[in-house]
Ligand binder design. Sequence first.
Ligand code: PMP
Length: 291
Amino acid sequence: FDNRDGQIWFDGKFVPWRNAKIHALSHGLHYGSSVFEGERSYGGTIFKLRVHTDRLINSGRMLGFNIPYEADRIDAACRQVIKTNGLTDAYVRPLAWRGSEQMGVAASRSKIHLMIAAWAWPNPHVAKHLEGIRLDISHCWLLPPASTMPVAAKAAGLYTTKTLVKHMAEANGFDDALMMDVEGMIGECTGANIFLVFNGEIHTPIPHCFLDGITRRTAIDLLRKRGHEVVERKIPAQEIAEASEVFITGTACEITRVQQIGDFAFISGEITATLIADYRDLVLGKTKPKI
Ligand code: PMP
């Protein structure tokens, strides 16, 4: 992915894509001190940009560092990246990390870097839009309790197990996997939150040990606006068998229907179809966001 044309915003300046390099002794690389965002621009406008920027800044704070740019500057840089690269519909990836000034676990004097890249990346599940994706159930790796990791941060370190889980799901012929928490409750997928429909009511796990996605909160708003009951609770894994419709939410996958989790199959229902259309209208600016 490093050998392409384009410009990356790197510590306040644009550099050619191929030259956007870091030192091999960067703390972020050795000890996982990095945080990032995933944003989407539709028709040249980044959806809920300030919400993403605030989460990026807060993720850094949760890892004990301050990103050395104000939110306004980061927003402007994200917009500039889209423009400079001649993009309209794109995925935007800001990343902040501790630099290479100090070696060792302690690195409070290291410089905090920020880079922002963007590229065309359509919804990875777009081909399965109608029938839905298939989820494996991850038994190997559980989501870490909030006392063991900064789980509310979008921190790179949290993706160590997610990468393993995703690879295993793909090797098993699935599109992705559903991860559980240490109590056996339903958690999230490797890059998306999950919703299940029980008797027409929509339920989603409380994000106590994983990311409270911006798309998740947007979906809850849109569903409630339609008059649906949305319940946030701890959902035991055994209840998967009772769900009728299932969908996942995330910036990259937007709203994606799920046709199967492990051995359990779901219908292609109206709640998901309507939400997909409502989300589309919102991101395209045809309706107004609440957050
Ligand atoms: N969980 C994980 C692990 C993710 O990587 C993402 C994608 N950022 C999400 C949930 C969904 O978050 P959002 O809706 O803010 O993109």
